[in-house]
Design a protein around this ligand. Structure first.
Ligand SMILES: [Zn+2]
Length: 415
C-alpha cells in the first residue's frame, strides 16, 4: 500500500483510540498525549517500510525484491517496531514535561502503536504484492488480491472525518489538499474510468457532509466503517472475478491445472479486475492475462479499460472471451526449463523467492532474463526483471528464506 494510505490509517486509528479512551474515562487525554499519539501512530503505521532505506537506496533489483516487504513486514518485525516507537515516544514525553506519563496513558499508547504497526501488515496483505507475516514459523507469501495498491475510496471515506476532527490547522489544510489532489488525479489518469472518477467525487461530497453532521464518536466510527466496507466490497468482487477466471479456464482448456489466479482490482473500481492465470498442462507452463468483470451485466470485461502491460514475449491469447472474461495475452514455456534454471542457478532460485508469476527468456547461452508478469516482467523494463547467469553457485547476499511462490513447479524441495 502507498504511504499516504498507511498514514491515513495511522491518523484514523489514533483518533479512534482517543475517542474510545475519553469515552471510557470520561476525560479527554492531555493535548500533549493526544498529539504524541497521532504523530507516533502515523510513524508506526509506516515503520515497516523502513526497509526501503536499505533496499531502495542503491540496492539492485534483486535486493529490492527480496528485502522490500521483508523482515520488517512480519509479525515479529511489527512488534519490535511498535516497541521501538513506544519507547521513543515515552522518552520524548518525559523530556518535554520532565515526568513520565500516567500509567494508563503508557499502556494505552502501547496498545495503539501495536495496532497501528499491525495495520501496515494488513493493508499490504490486501494487495497482490503480498506479505509473509508468519516468518520464521511459516515462510510462505500470503496475497489478499483485493485492493489496488493506491485505492482512492479509502481516502474519500477517511479524510473528511480526519479534517473535521483535527485540532491542527496545518493538518486540516494538508489533508484537504490531499483529497483534492487525489480527486484531480482520478479525473486525469487513464487507469480510473470517468464513471469511477465521478462516483469518487460524489462520494467525497457525501463524506464531507456526513463528517460535518455527525458528532466526534459517530464520525470516527463511520470513517472506520467506510474503510472496512470499501475493503469488503473489493474483496467480494475480487472473489467473484477469481471464480469467473477459474470457470473460463475450465471451459476453454479442461486439461489445464490452474496453479494460481492473481487478481488486482483497478483503482476506484469494484467491477473491473486485472487477472493473471498461471497454469500447467502436461509439461507446459502457461501464463494468461485477462480483464475480468465482476458484474458483466453492468460493465462487460471488454469495457474494462486497456489490456494490462506485458512483456514483448507475450502473444495475443487465442482463447474465446466471454462477457465476464476478456482474454488478452499469453505466454508458455516447457515447465522443466524453469526447474533446471532454479536448480543450476543460485541467483535464479533467489529471484524465485519473490517472483509469483515467472516469465523468462534466454538472452544468450549464459544469461537468462527473468521477471514477474504481475509487473510486466519478462521484457527487461520492469523493476522485477533481473539478468542472471544460467549456471551459477554464487548467490545474492543474505538471501531470505521466503518460500518460492511457484515452488510446486520446481520439482525439488526448497529450503
Ligand atoms: Zn509495506
Amino acid at each position: 500500500m502507498d504511504n499516504v494510505t498507511h498514514s491515513l490509517a495511522g491518523l484514523l486509528l489514533a483518533e479512534c483510540a482517543v475517542r474510545l479512551r475519553s469515552r471510557a474515562t470520561g476525560v479527554e487525554p492531555a493535548t500533549r498525549v493526544g498529539t504524541a499519539a497521532a504523530v507516533a501512530s502515523v510513524l508506526a503505521a509506516n515503520l515497516p517500510d523502513a526497509d526501503l532505506f536499505y533496499t531502495g537506496a542503491g540496492g539492485d533489483r534483486l535486493t529490492y525484491m527480496l528485502h522490500h516487504r521483508g523482515y520488517t513486514h512480519t509479525v515479529i518485525g511489527v512488534l519490535i517496531g511498535a516497541a521501538l516507537v513506544w519507547g521513543a515516544v515515552l522518552v520524548v514525553l518525559r523530556w518535554r514535561s520532565r515526568g513520565w506519563p500516567a500509567r494508563g496513558d503508557v499502556l494505552w499508547l502501547l496498545a495503539l502503536l501495536v495496532v497501528s504497526t499491525s495495520s501496515h501488515l494488513v493493508l499490504d496483505w490486501t494487495n497482490s504484492y503480498g506479505v509473509h507475516p508468519f516468518w520464521p514459523v511459516d515462510d510462505r507469501w500470503r496475497y489478499g488480491d483485493s485492493v489496488f495498491i493506491v485505492e482512492p475510496w479509502l481516502w474519500v471515506v477517511s479524510v473528511p472525518a480526519l479534517v473535521v476532527g483535527s485540532g491542527s490547522r496545518l493538518l486540516r489544510v494538508l489533508l484537504s489538499l490531499l483529497l483534492l489532489a487525489g480527486l484531480a488525479l482520478a479525473w486525469r489518469v487513464d487507469l480510473v474510468s470517468k464513471g469511477a472518477a465521478a462516483a469518487l467525487t460524489a462520494g467525497a461530497a457525501a463524506s464531507v457532509a456526513v463528517a460535518l453532521l455527525l458528532g466526534s464518536m459517530p464520525r470516527v466510527a463511520t470513517a472506520v466503517g467506510g474503510w472496512l466496507a470499501v475493503t469488503l466490497v473489493m474483496a467480494l468482487s475480487s472473489a467473484k472475478a477469481r471464480d469467473s477466471a477459474f470457470r473460463a479456464v475450465r471451459a476453454s482448456d479442461p486439461d489445464a491445472e490452474v496453479l494460481d489466479v492473481v487478481v488486482s482490482p483497478l483503482p476506484a473500481n469494484a467491477v473491473c479486475m486485472a487477472v493473471i492465470t498461471v497454469e500447467r498442462t502436461g509439461s507446459s507452463y502457461r501464463v494468461v492475462t485477462a480483464r475480468v468483470s465482476a458484474a458483466p451485466s453492468i460493465t462487460e470485461a471488454s469495457g474494462c479499460g486497456a489490456r494490462s502491460g506485458v512483456g514483448a514475449i507475450f502473444q495475443p491469447s487465442t482463447r474465446i472471451s466471454t462477457r465476464a472474461v476478456r482474454w488478452d495475452s499469453e505466454w508458455s514455456a516447457p515447465i522443466n526449463e524453469l526447474a533446471t534454471l532454479a536448480r543450476e542457478g543460485c541467483p535464479v532460485l533467489a529471484a524465485l523467492r519473490f517472483i509469483r508469476v515467472p516469465a523468462w527468456q534466454h538472452e544468450s547461452a549464459d544469461t537468462v532474463l527473468l521477471g514477474d508478469v504481475r509487473y510486466g516482467g519478462g521484457s527487461g523494463t520492469s523493476f522485477s526483471d533481473v539478468r542472471v547467469p544460467v549456471r551459477s553457485s554464487v548467490c545474492a547476499r543474505a538471501v531470505p528464506p521466503w518460500t518460492p511462490p511457484r515452488a510446486e513447479i520446481l520439482g525439488f524441495a526448497v529450503r
